[in-house]
Design a binder for this molecule. Sequence first.
Ligand code: HAM
Length: 391
Amino acid sequence: MLSAYNFEEIRTPVLEQTALFARSVGAETDIVSKEMYTFEDRDHQLLTLRPEATASVVRAYIERGLSNEGRIQKLYYLGPMFRRERPQKGRYRQFYQIGAEVLGSDHPLIDAETLEMLMLLLERLGLKQSSLLLNSVGCSRCRPEYVKLLRRELEPVKSRMCADCQRRIETNPLRVLDCKVEADQPIIGRLPSILDHLCPECRQHFETVTSELKRRGIPYEITVRLVRGLDYYTRTTFEIIHGELGAQNALLGGGRYDGLSEILGGAPTPGFGFAIGEDRLALAVEAAHSLEAQTRPDAYIAWMGESALAPALELARSLRREGFRVEIGFEPVKLKKMLGQASRLRARFAIIMGEEELASGRLQVKDMEAGQQEQVAPELIGPYLWERLKA
Ligand code: HAM
């Protein structure tokens, strides 16, 4: 998928100077203030096991003079990251990311195209229960005004908020939007939305990203509180969450970081990227497929009338022999009840066999997803199912 969108691999070291992350991810973020594995080497240099790779990619871009190549750089990376978080399902101290960065353009089509690639990847992996959450966090021109406004709104209610928020109101009020403490939610819910305070350029940028997503048929949810746990973002931020993951439901996250290169001492270089949590991706794929495999018969045989039972059992036996996953009920109940049973089992097709069908030699095969029904000769049911299940 990454090669279809013309990305090339970049490999950066697992160890970096601590200052790189403090400057880029932000000294006040949870990652830098609590989660990094940092130590002094023999030369008394402070080194850190990388908690993420965007900062390293931008550092390498600057040091290697990649901007001189005069083209947009599309770089991907794979590898371990380290954060000292409390381990639980989907959250590990050494975890793996598949990430990519597009450096050298602030065009909103880059955002839309990269999101398209991610949605296509998840679709190919069969991760249907994925939702794209989208926001814009503005730029260095409009965000400071919004942050001032947030601080003004938060000051009077500060004493009622959790200790972390009280500190964040001083250091980085945007982080308050990220707070998960239940008691703080009514206050946070009433705060002004950043989307109402974007400058005209950021608003235009965001409108182009969303209209491009619509044009490509990619559904998204605007989530005004999505500020993400890293400070380098400007404009578009996003996460894709997945229903099967439980508490740690962010499958991947990313966004635009148009000011990061300058923060790290490079020339102005807009950037956009993402990182997929590979461990979570594996959990989601496993859950999606086992759910599918466990609970989805290919066909449910709905028979009516005592005389249909024997041919129905025979059909079940021959389809099972051909390798299909087939279910059949043994009680003589009404068709509606049988179809209800088929849909509860999430059967892909229902094969309807009544006296009428047996007399005409044509069975009804109902596609339980599309709702359409077709007549098929009993001996052709196998190839018929095979063709459609393959599609
Ligand atoms: P992030 O949201 O911190 O973004 O991490 C991206 C993904 O890594 C998360 O959505 C999650 O799936 C996974 N992840 C994070 N922490 C853990 C953990 N402790 N255990 C397992 N999985 C985890 C970044 O790292 C940015 N560098 C993404 C980016 C690239 N933004 C722009 N370009």
